[in-house]
Design a protein around this ligand. Structure first.
Ligand SMILES: [Zn+2]
Length: 236
């Protein structure tokens, strides 16, 4: 005759192992969603950084264009003055001012061309990464929906198993046994009822005596591993 209490404990252990697995899976869901969000956040930050660079360069470009215009105005003034000067010395001095401004403007123009190139490159990057961000957002949305649905399903399963567990616990008349089972579950890594395979307790990997192994196989008695104190049953 199979010991009924043992049969209940075996079933309880199966339920508790499933519960622990479900709890882990449920706890994983927000972490998985968060990991994907963090990944997308990097792209969003990249876009913001490059956009800020573009703004900075546009500002520099505008300032340089103003400077260029100012210099051009100044050059025209000097040129008008050239027509009125009386001495060679004055003429040379003005000519020198004009040449200095011209070479300044040449440098400014070069810098503006460089900035235009850089701005264009960055604008292309912003467009490309923005597209990636949009695709990632879409992916996150879908992933989150799927995962939330998974989670809801797992939670339903969890409640169903908890109910079954509760029914089994209530059916056990020996409340000290319930306490002991619960204690073992806590202190023995979630395994209170261990299978015995080839005479070895799978809970702690210690060999049982042949006599004890023979007794475990009958499933007629509630036996405990002498080493880890887990309840034992023969898997085969
Ligand atoms: Zn053991």
């Amino acid at each position: 005759m199979v010991n009924e209490t043992l049969a209940t404990l075996i079933r309880l252990q199966a339920l508790d192992s499933t519960l622990s697995k479900l709890e882990k899976e449920i706890a994983e869901v927000p972490k998985q969603i968060e990991a994907l969000r963090r990944q997308a956040e990097q792209s969003t930050q990249r876009v913001a950084k490059v956009q800020a660079e573009v703004q900075q360069m546009e500002k520099e470009r505008r300032n340089l264009e103003l400077e260029l215009e100012g210099n051009e105005t100044q050059i025209s003034k000097y040129r008008n003055q050239l027509l009125q000067v009386k001495t060679n010395k004055e003429y040379s001095a003005l000519q020198l001012e004009i040449d200095t401004l011209k070479s300044k403007n040449a440098m400014i123009e070069e810098r503006i061309l460089y900035l235009l190139d850089e701005i264009e490159m960055r604008k292309k990057e912003v467009a490309r990464v923005s597209k990636e961000v949009a695709a990632e957002q879409e992916k996150i949305k879908k992933f989150t929906q799927d995962k939330e649905a998974d989670k809801a399903r797992l939670e339903e399963e969890l409640i169903r198993i908890q109910k079954e567990k509760q029914t089994l616990l209530e059916a056990l008349s020996d409340k000290s046994l319930v306490q002991e089972y619960t204690r073992l579950l806590r202190v023995r890594g979630g395994i209170a009822v261990a299978a015995v395979e080839n005479g070895i307790c799978t809970g702690c990997h210690v060999s049982l005596t042949p006599q004890m192994f023979a007794e475990v196989k009958t499933r007629e008695k509630l036996l405990r591993c002498p080493t880890c104190l887990r309840f034992l049953y023969s898997a085969k």
